[in-house]
Write a protein that binds this ligand. Structure first.
Ligand code: ATP
Ligand code: MG
Length: 608
């Protein structure tokens, strides 16, 4: 391809709002153009890379035995009602809209395809003989993301490879899951991404039922916990750590301290001259337990849940909801399913504590007679002489001690892990290796769904004995645009992109330094043609521009191999071969340069 006949629009300007390197570089190299917030066109250079990512993904899916199909973007909303996901998805689920009764009013744009694939499975997967099977597509997804961000890393329209597997046993699901996990590892290595698989939040299924594939970079919105000795890796949404040891300081007498208008942890610690790690935060929530308690016939009324975490720790929403389910089950014999909690309103807090908001504490709670469940974080359960609210407006208490001053285990109190891990916490594997927190981009997600969708939609098959059984499912997603942007996040320098060979828009760039010189142009064109014939994607910079200008563009668009043809070198019978990732220049004959470029391209040189 000749530059002058192609469509490349590089720019020197760095867009002000583009903080992520991939965002900046994709705009500067003219790979993408924003049409609206979170909506991008892929210009020819960008589209070439995206297609290469797509081919790698397709090859690895095929190799893992998955079968390609394509499902529609428009879905009838009824299908989403079947699985109760219209409410669960909220604003993410985009509706076509239209007057009532109009067909458009009942259509949504697919943000993912569990419902559609399960509808297909329900219709066609009727016998155990058809299982296991894995069906996948590469298709546009639409999501009403509230905050599209960082260029193509988070958009409202993106390309996803989504695969869905169907099984007749948990063992078969485990096998299918492992196959996808391995395929994902191959995909990300081939794309030149420094990735880490981490345990991910998987809701009620629990265990190792879900992994996310993370690219570690500051441009990421996720935070992962990795131990120094690599024995544990998890998204902080679910990461756990070794329990903290009991503080054995001598217990002092509890005292009330007048703390007028000191409400926040910062205010109170400054006022009391203590540290956040010596404080107990008392968080008040409400949640509606299921009405199926066995011991009592409790109605589905909101109950109060009080959570205690250390002043320097943050409560983890998922852990907290699960603990609330357990606390409720312990008291009322429910099934322990997690309860979705919300922060209590001011009125509830005042009723419970008898004080203004900001002065709640565990030791005198309950005096008001308002019932509540207490969930004590493990880190709080081992504290000694802590400071906390005194349930009295403008007062705090110091030297509060768990067990002595408030029960941590009992009919309405449990100890649980309900906090986010922090840097320096120790590995939950018992190795004593410290946890480090890193920002990361999620590029892929594999998930053991179990029967969540097949149950909801009644997707059954007949087993060996002719008995109807529910299909067991797995689902596996990869964001193609995100792979491309993450590759740039991981492979660039101050001058531009450094494409991994596998997904570079072109593999070799031939720069003709003096295109008006016949011999130069002829040699450059010969190299270009020979490489193209050999199946190497080659771009020939035949623009009549200064050398410095062309080299700057070459560094910016980041083609892995550059062959420079100039009058002076050619007089010595050589051209210059340079890799984007190295400063070394090799001066060799044009034929040798062709061979060199071919072998680099065929080797699929990966720079990460
Ligand atoms: P996130 O937590 O980042 O919002 P998600 O958990 O909603 O992602 P999944 O539903 O698991 O994402 O989708 C599978 C893959 O699709 C993700 O791993 C990611 O690579 C990609 N993806 C998801 N949302 C977006 C988006 N808004 N823009 C670009 N890619 C996305
Ligand atoms: Mg995910």
């Amino acid at each position: 391809m000749r530059w002058t006949q192609y469509f490349i629009v590089t720019s020197k300007e760095t867009p002000k709002d583009a903080t992520a390197a991939s965002h900046r570089l994709m705009l500067r190299t003219g790979m993408v153009r924003q049409l609206a917030a979170g909506i991008y066109s892929y210009l020819p250079l960008g589209y070439r890379s995206l297609r290469k990512v797509e081919e790698i993904v397709r090859e690895e899916m095929q190799r893992a035995g998955a079968i390609e199909l394509m499902m529609p973007i428009l879905h009838p909303i009824d299908l989403w009602e079947e699985t109760n996901r219209v409410a669960a998805m909220g604003d993410v689920l985009l509706r076509l809209g239209g007057p009532e009764g109009d067909w458009r009013a009942s259509m949504v744009l697919g943000p993912t395809h569990e419902e559609v694939i399960t509808e297909i499975a329900r219709a066609y997967l009727k016998s155990y003989k058809q299982l296991p099977i894995n069906l996948y597509q590469i298709q546009l997804k639409f999501r009403g993301e509230a905050r599209p961000k960082s260029g193509v890393l988070r958009t409202r329209e993106f390309l996803m490879k989504d695969a869905y597997s169907f099984h007749d046993s948990v063992e078969s699901l485990d096998e299918g899951y492992q196959k996808m996990y391995d395929a994902y590892c191959r995909i990300f290595s081939r794309c030149g991404l420094p990735y880490a698989p981490v345990e991910a939040e998987s809701g009620p299924i629990g265990g190792d039922a879900s992994h996310e594939f993370m690219v570690l970079t500051d441009a990421g919105e996720d935070v992962v916990a990795l131990t120094e000795n690599k024995d544990y890796a998890a998204n902080t949404e679910r990461a756990v750590c070794a329990p903290l040891a009991q503080d054995n300081a001598e217990m002092k007498a509890i005292e009330e301290v007048h703390t007028p208008n000191q409400r926040t942890i910062d205010e109170v610690t400054a006022f009391l001259k203590t540290s956040p790690s010596q404080m107990i935060k008392t968080l008040v929530y409400t949640g509606t337990p299921p009405s199926t308690g066995k011991k009592t016939d409790a109605p589905a009324e909101p109950a109060i849940f009080v959570a205690l975490v250390r002043g320097d720790h943050d409560a983890n929403e998922n852990k907290l909801n699960r603990a609330a389910g357990k606390a409720w089950a312990a008291a009322s014999g429910g099934d322990g399913a997690s309860i979705s909690l919300e922060l209590a309103d001011e009125g509830t807090i005042k009723r419970l504590t008898g004080a203004d908001v900001g002065f709640a504490g565990p030791h005198t709670l309950g005096k008001s007679g308002v019932p509540y469940f207490l969930i004590v974080d493990q880190a709080v359960s081992v504290m000694r002489n802590a400071a906390t609210g005194a349930n009295k407006t403008d007062y705090h208490a110091v030297n509060v001690n768990p067990v002595r001053d408030f029960a941590i285990n009992g009919e309405r109190a449990i100890v649980a892990d309900i906090r986010n891990v922090v840097d320096g916490d120790l590995s939950p594997k018992g190795s004593g290796s410290p946890i480090r927190l890193r920002k990361a981009i999620e590029v892929g997600h594999v998930f053991k769904l179990g029967t969540k969708y097949s149950d909801a939609m009644g997707a059954t098959y007949l087993d060996k004995n002719g008995k109807a059984k529910t299909l067991i499912m797995g689902c596996y997603g990869i964001g193609l645009n995100r792979i491309m942007a993450s590759a740039i996040e991981s492979n660039h320098d101050e001058n531009g992109i450094m494409w991994p060979m596998s997904i570079a828009p072109f593999q070799v760039l031939v720069v003709a330094l003096d295109p008006r010189d016949d011999e130069v142009m002829q040699t450059a064109a010969n190299i270009h043609d020979a490489l193209e014939t050999a199946g190497v994607d080659t771009l020939l910079d035949d623009r009549d521009e200064r050398a410095g200008f062309k080299f700057k563009d070459a560094d910016l668009i980041g083609i892995p191999v550059r062959i420079t043809v100039g009058r002076k070198a050619l007089a010595d019978g050589v051209v210059e071969v340079k890799l984007r990732t190295s400063e070394d220049i090799e001066k060799i004959a044009p034929d040798a340069a062709i061979e060199r470029a071919k072998s680099l391209a065929y080797a699929g040189l990966v720079t990460a």
